[in-house]
Structures are given as C-alpha cells and as structure tokens.
Design a protein around this ligand. Structure first.
Ligand code: GDP
Length: 486
C-alpha cells in the first residue's frame, strides 16, 4: 500500500512538471552548489554575484552580459520550501550600507535568480527569448567532508579519529579529549552525561584545530562544528571511542549507545543531505582560502590540499565513487576558486592561480578524480582594495590601498577600522612549485596579510551607486552559467 502511495505521488509530481512545461510556467533551471570550508568566502561570493547580475555590474568577461543579451535578472521564490532562503537582502545591506562583512554560512540555504536573455544564435532567437532559473545552493564544506563516513563503521571511525589525533600538529589540541576517552570504559552502562562530556570534549578539540593559528581544516563529523538546526540533539551527542576492539558491543553499554548514535547520524543526517541536496546539483564552485593558508604556513597548505582531495573525491563520478547510487544528476563543471585575491597586487594574481592549480592537480591525481571538467581561478568576489605605487628612495613599490579592519596589525601598528592605508603585500614567487616546496621546507610566508573592510562604493555623476567591484567574478560566472545562456 505504501509503495502504491509513493508511486501515485511521484506520478503526480511528474504530471505537474509536464503540465508546467507545456504552459511555459517552468523555465529550465540550473542548480549551482557553492561550497568551501567555513570563512572561505561563500556568503560574500553569492551576494556579490547576485548583486552584480541584478544591477548590471561591470562584467566584461561574462559574454552574455557584455554582448547585451541579458534583458533582466531578478530574484524569485525558490522551488524548495523546506530549505532556508539565502538572506541576500541582509547581506547586501551589511556590505553596501554598513561596510561590514556579512554573517557567514552556518547551514544550507538557497536562492533562485532568474535571468531573461536573448539567445546568441539566430536559430534560438527564432523560437523564443530564453529564461534560465539559477538555483544557488550554499552549504558548508564541512558537511561535504562527512561523505566518507558512509563507508565506515563506528570502529573504523574511532580508530581513524584516534590516529589523526596522534599527529604532531594535532596532538596537543587533542590531549584533553584523549585523556577523557582513555579514562572512560566503553563497556560501562550507557550514561547520557558521560556521552555528552565526551562529545563536548571532542568538539572542543575539533574547534581548536580550526580556530588556532594553525588553520587546520575540519575532521568529520561536520555537524559538530556546523550543527545547523541539530545543535544539542542526540544524533550529535556521540564521540569516537579509541581503544575499542572487534568484539560486539554489550547491549546497554556506552559503546552500544555511541554506535547507535553514530549510525543514526549517517542515516538521518549525512545520507539525506547528500540525496536531497548535493546529488541534485548541476554545477559546483568550491571556494578555498589559499591566501590564509599561505599566510599561516606549510602545514596549513598541506592541510588545504588534503581537504581539497577529499572534497573532489565526493564529486568523483562513475564506479568506485562513494556515492554513485545517490546521484540523480551529474555535475559536469567544477570551479575551484581561490578568493580574496584583492589582498595581493594584480601582478601576483596569475601566480596565486598557478599555486592553486598545483594544489588542485595534486588533489585531482590523489582523488583519482574524473567525470567533470575542472577549472581553476584566482578571484575576489568583492574587491576591498585599490592598487597604487609608493616611492621608497629610488624604488617604486606596487602597493594595495584599503581600510584595514579595526584591530588588524602590521608590525607594531594597530588599525582603527577607519583609516585608509597603503600596504606592500609582498610578492608570490613566479614559480608555483617553488612556493610549495619552499613552504614544505619551512620557509616563512611570502605575503603580508591584513583583513580589509568592504569598499566604499563610488557614485556616478548622476549619483547612482556603482555595483560591487570584484576581480574575475565575471570569469567565474562565464564558466559556471555562460553556456546555458548561449
Ligand atoms: P563563508 O563562511 O564561506 O560564508 O565565508 P564569508 O563569505 O562570510 O567570508 C569570510 C570572510 O572572508 C569575510 O568576512 C571577509 O572578511 C573575507 N572575504 C570573503 N570574500 C572576500 C573577498 O572577496 N575579498 C576580501 N577582501 N575579503 C573577503
């Protein structure tokens, strides 16, 4: 009976869609996933992209816009009623009116942007004007890194967490959790308070990896740092138990409880997220904060490469993929974009891109990645700086000019958040390989990094405020949606 009902529902959905198509109510849609680890720049990217399209921003490398074929871009109701809406208006108000960075991504959200355009080919124009609905899906990269858990039982998960915690770069941060875990008997009776203490201690360790100046990327479970609406629920009140063996858990024991919760995390959190969201994407942009990693040093760069490898493995197509059974659509283009390129002079942009390409090539190789076209880009979704030169003695140095955020420091100077300053950011080396190998030999970072406030928007002579400035955002757009507007 249940199966019949399901069939009926599905048939109705199919009919609805067909009827919509026939009456022209349903325009073709493209689902664009935007991901990246926390603080990579997802919120800023989506806000800048939508703002530039709606306000006809300067996008010379976005062919459809440059040739004047985009008639209108506007926000519409999103198709998925149960997914929170991306708070575009709030983010624009923060960026443009208050000149502060918007609140970062904490959970999944979605926004539908519809674009009315004219087809480039005479053939297409003969038939009709085009309309494309771009469904932008913003989600934490941390959640993506949960995918490998589906192939692991609680024992394997516990052992792996234990092994990673022994690594020199993590060991001191993990010490408290390891001590608590060692003092806990997995075979003792299940106790909610013990489970909670272990989960909290494990979460504190994961958070320290991220927040410490080490800038290490997250280890699963991804919801421990980005709980979304699951904060405090039993599905998140578990932790790995190092030291357990192959034997079965005693019913009623702490281990049995932890195992059950781990399994329900996989069944009720990880799997539905993939099936309902990731598996339905057509295109994907993965944002990475290469500037921050380069600034922190070699371990952070190596860690970024590890995270990128794991992220790409999630999108691997075909046999041997972790998730082939669940993908209903196929992602055919992936853009790996290093954001915040406005922190360096334009002479270094291609160099940043080359470094990211090296990282991505190694990740592609390690993940045996295939199945989608992958492109690499160094960009800034919002350009917070201008370029200039400063004379120092006989030398003319290229500088970037911006307003450092309040509290940022260079040497012994601390900025107040209102003063514009010229900064010589340093140069990235011409050879990508050399920065990676120098870094792995323990060299210090070649760049000087301060965080800037969002830019003040210029006005035209008529008093119209110009759109948000960017670096190569148009190139990203052209790659991600350009072919659907042909
Ligand atoms: P999310 O966690 O991926 O949503 O990250 P956000 O989009 O909130 O970005 C995190 C922080 O990175 C912001 O608060 C900004 O300080 C900085 N940021 C992001 N994108 C840019 C950019 O294009 N230029 C500059 N200068 N800073 C950026």
């Amino acid at each position: 009976m249940a199966a019949l009902t399901t069939l009926g529902d599905e048939a109705r959905i199919a009919l609805d869609t067909l009827a919509g198509r026939a009456s022209g109510l349903v325009s073709p849609s493209l689902r664009l996933g935007v991901t990246g680890l926390s603080r990579a720049g997802k919120t800023v990217f989506i806000t800048a992209l939508v703002h530039n399209l709606i306000h006809g921003g300067r996008l010379p490398l976005f062919e459809a816009q440059k040739s004047g074929r985009i008639a209108r871009a506007y926000l519409e109701h999103q198709p998925d009623d149960t997914v929170p809406r991306f708070q575009y208006e709030d983010h624009v108000a923060a960026l443009v009116d208050e000149r502060v960075w918007p609140d970062s991504t904490r959970a999944i959200s979605e926004l539908r942007l519809t674009i009315d355009y004219e087809s480039a080919s005479g053939w297409g124009r003969l038939f009709s004007r085009g309309r494309l609905s771009l469904d932008i899906v913003d989600y934490p990269g941390e959640w993506l890194l949960d995918l490998p858990l589906l192939g692991k039982d609680f024992l394997a998960f516990s052992q792996e967490a234990h092994d990673l915690a022994q690594l020199p770069i993590r060991a001191d941060l993990a010490a408290d959790w390891l001590r608590l875990a060692a003092a806990t008997d997995p075979d003792s009776d299940a106790d909610e308070m013990v489970a909670r203490r272990l989960a909290e201690s494990f979460t504190t360790y994961l958070r320290a990896c991220k927040e410490d100046r080490r800038a290490l990327s997250t280890l699963p479970p991804g919801r421990f740092l980005m709980p979304g609406d699951l904060e405090g629920s039993p599905a998140l009140t578990f932790a790995p138990l190092p030291g357990i063996g192959e034997q079965r858990a005693r019913p009623g024991s702490l281990r049995a409880m932890m195992e059950r919760r781990y399994e329900s995390y996989k069944t009720h959190v990880v799997k539905p997220f993939f099936r309902d969201h990731v598996a339905r994407l057509d295109r994907q942009i993965v944002l990475i904060d290469a500037m921050q990693a380069l600034n922190v040093g070699p371990e952070a760069v190596a860690d970024l490469e590890r995270a990128l490898t794991e992220i790409l493995a999630c999108f691997r197509a075909g046999r041997g993929s972790l998730f082939s059974g669940l993908f209903s659509r196929r992602i055919d283009r992936i853009l790996i974009a290093a954001t915040k390129a406005d922190h360096i002079h334009h002479e270094s942009h291609d160099r940043l891109q080359a470094i990211v390409r090296r990282l991505a090539d190694r990740a592609i190789e390690r993940a045996s990645f295939s199945g989608a076209d992958v492109e690499i880009l160094a960009m800034a979704a919002v350009r917070a700086t201008r370029e200039g030169t400063v004379k120092q003695g006989r030398e003319t140095l290229p500088v970037i000019i911006g307003t450092p955020l309040s509290g940022e420091t260079i040497g012994d100077e601390t900025f107040d958040g209102t003063t514009e300053t010229a900064i010589f950011p340093g140069d990235l080396p011409a050879k990508a390989d050399s920065v990676l190998s120098d870094l792995s030999r323990g060299a210090t970072s070649p760049i000087r990094f301060v965080r800037f406030r969002p830019p003040r928007l210029e006005r035209t002579a008529e008093g119209v405020r110009l759109s948000l400035p960017h670096i190569r955002l148009d190139r990203a757009l052209n790659y991600l949606v350009g072919d659907h507007l042909a």
